[in-house]
Design a binder for this molecule. Structure first.
Ligand SMILES: [Fe+2]
Length: 185
């Protein structure tokens, strides 16, 4: 299978019955998780995609799709809508690929997205990896409680996704998003 020919359209639901459990339950008295932030929660997280930013998107996409036989994701959800509105800043192209389970978002680099969004974290300079959650507001509340700063991009680049970007202690950029909470966007 190559990217150019016969790449299937794949739909990836939030829950994959054959995937690892994403339910993270923290208990206030649970040994290693015994800290001031550990508490009972139903908030779910699941690794969703990896993003690499590049100055040569066709070259990067061809390399990964041919070497690892990745297919293209071509459904309506996987489009970039930020270019349609001036206040959403990112106008680059994105290739959405998959191995049939995990998504890969190869994107044109934009070092100015953070400046244009008036946001401290720029996810489009050096890429990021992403967790999907079912409670983005709860996630932001958790960050607030833990003193972790983040950039709230809201519904920004992908239809229906509420996206938040933050950094780990070493500066790697992490996306957390919740899908399907903005109708028609
Ligand atoms: Fe992303």
């Amino acid at each position: 299978m190559t990217f150019e020919s016969g790449a299937p359209t794949l739909h990836l639901p939030f829950s994959r019955p054959d995937g690892p459990s994403a339910l993270l339950r923290l208990h206030a008295n649970a040994g290693a998780m015994d800290n001031e932030f550990a508490k009972e929660t139903e908030m779910k997280f699941k690794f969703h995609h990896m993003n690499l930013c590049t100055d040569n998107l066709p070259r990067l996409t061809k390399f990964y799709s041919q070497l690892f036989s990745l297919g293209a994701i071509t459904d309506e959800e996987h489009t970039v809508i930020s270019r349609d509105r001036a206040d959403r800043a990112y106008t680059g192209a994105v290739d959405f690929l998959t191995d049939g389970d995990i998504e890969f978002h190869w994107a044109e680099r934009d070092l100015d997205t953070g400046f244009k969004m008036n946001a401290s974290v720029n996810p489009m300079g050096h890429g990021h990896f992403c967790f999907r959650t079912d409670d983005i507001k709860g996630f932001m509340k958790r960050c607030d409680e833990m003193g972790i700063r983040y950039s709230d991009y809201g519904c920004w680049a992908i239809p229906g996704w509420y996206q938040v970007f933050l950094q780990d202690p070493d500066g790697h950029v992490i996306e957390v998003h919740q899908p399907g909470i903005f109708n028609g966007l």
